[in-house]
Design a protein around this ligand. Structure first.
Ligand code: SF4
Length: 431
């Protein structure tokens, strides 16, 4: 049997994209037993790392892996909550009134874990008209929405000029709704099909009104994993470089991780490591969110293990909160985890409840769908002992109930330069 420690050292021999077979299904990750690390050298080492976190020092990749593999979940919860409270001592939990909008599901990238996309001309393939998009934006404007999260497939013929027209139109007709749109792989796709640098693509989109960039398409940022689950998709290096260019262009972006498929524990930590390195360099990430893979009904379902358990989700999210000391915000994922687990995750380091969404088409295509009305989100936040507040895409407060003068960034430009609400790297420690 493959134990977590085995997998940390030696990745399972999974097939390449060209040689996949049902028998290649990997072992699921097994949570460590707390009592296994209460005595001996490992327990001492864990105690040392716990103290380091309590002192506010940065932990290394090796120390994060030690926590992932051997730390007691209760200890992780305590430490993640401590780090959250240091960064957000006011006891607020933010969320944004937004909606998801997927203008097209046509895609030529064929990720085996994606139940959302359709090949061009396949049954169910769609591209929304401007009228259909406006009807959705009208609904969002009617409830005071502040953001539309727009992502689609890698359409072979829709280029960045189509998106420039859309966001320019939005800027005029829906000035209060920020277009939070186009993941790094989509921006990279435009760069490739238009044969021009991604900096030029970004310049045009920003001039048209793009306000911020979502962190989707990261999955696990190691090449071994990407070659298995998404061999045609943007590489690790390119994903990071597109976000670097996004930050250099004066836009902010978020960062994500989809785990619980073919990756090892060490690869989860490596993913967090490259995000932290880039954040040290640019300071341009607003937040981090993770979720586990939803394997039901995806094209290569036979390759994937059972969905990971809630214990694994809170373990990963806790380690992310502790390790990503230069990220101000940790977002829970109630759409994939459900309201109750999302509520619990507020004590595992999360300080943001994400978006209200109104619709969801990607994970719901894989049978996972937990949307809830705004009142219920606020109720869950209050019941966890926090004060719910509405925010914008740059994590500034836009809530009428909020009476304090410091509201954080209120615009795209403000968000690009505002440092007061960005976490400073913790002192000391090795990278
Ligand atoms: S995850 Fe994105 S890029 Fe991959 S197939 Fe789905 S829509 Fe296309």
């Amino acid at each position: 049997m493959v134990t977590p420690s085995d997998r940390a050292v030696a990745p399972p021999a999974l097939p390449t994209a060209s040689a996949r077979a049902p028998s290649a299904r990997p072992q699921d990750w097994i949570a460590p037993r707390a009592h296994g690390a209460r005595h001996g050298a490992r327990a001492s080492e864990l105690e040392r790392v716990y103290g380091q976190i309590e002192d506010g020092a940065r932990i290394s990749r090796e120390e994060a892996l030690l926590l992932h593999e051997h730390a007691d979940l209760g200890e992780l919860m305590r430490l993640a909550d401590l780090v959250r409270a240091r960064l957000h001592p006011q006891g607020w939990v933010t969320y944004i009134v937004d909606r998801n909008l997927n203008p097209t599901n046509v895609c030529i990238t064929d990720c085996g874990f994606c139940a959302f996309y359709r090949r061009p001309k396949a049954e169910g393939a769609y591209t929304l008209s401007r009228e259909e998009i406006d009807a959705k934006l009208d609904e969002l404007a009617a409830i005071g929405g502040r953001q539309v999260l727009m992502q689609g497939g890698h359409h072979p013929y829709i280029k960045s000029d189509w998106w420039c027209e859309l966001v320019a139109h939005m800027r005029v007709k829906y000035p209060d709704i920020n277009p939070h749109a186009l993941s790094a792989p989509e921006l990279d796709h435009f760069s490739r099909i238009e044969k021009r640098p991604v900096e030029d693509v970004l310049r045009d989109l920003k001039a048209a009104g793009l306000g911020s960039v979502p962190g989707a398409g990261a999955e696990i940022l190691t090449e071994r994993v990407r070659k298995i689950i998404a061999p045609k998709k943007t590489s690790t290096e390119r994903w990071l470089d597109v976000h670097r260019k996004v930050h250099e262009s004066g836009l902010r972006s978020s960062a994500t991780m989809m785990f619980g498929h073919v990756e090892t524990a060490a690869e989860r930590i490596e993913h967090l490591g490259v995000l932290r390195d880039l954040q040290d360099e640019t300071g341009g990430f607003t937040a981090f969110a993770s979720w586990n893979m939803q394997p039901e009904g995806v094209p290569e379902e036979h390759l994937y293990p059972e969905k990971t358990t809630p214990a694994v989700y809170v373990r990963v999210q806790s380690i992310a909160r502790i390790f990503l000391d230069n990220f101000a915000n940790m977002q829970t994922s109630y759409v994939t985890q459900g309201l109750k687990l999302a509520q619990a995750s507020l004590r595992f380091g999360c300080n943001d409840f994400g978006g209200t969404m109104m619709e969801e088409n990607v994970v719901s295509a894989a049978g996972c769908f937990h949307l809830a009305p705004i009142e219920r989100l606020e109720h869950q936040i209050r019941r966890a002992g926090f004060v719910p507040l509405r925010r914008n895409s740059w994590y500034g407060i836009v809530d009428e109930r909020f009476t304090e003068p410091q509201r954080g960034p209120q615009s795209r430009e403000d968000g690009a330069t505002h440092r007061a609400w960005t976490a400073k790297p913790a002192k000391g420690g090795r990278a």
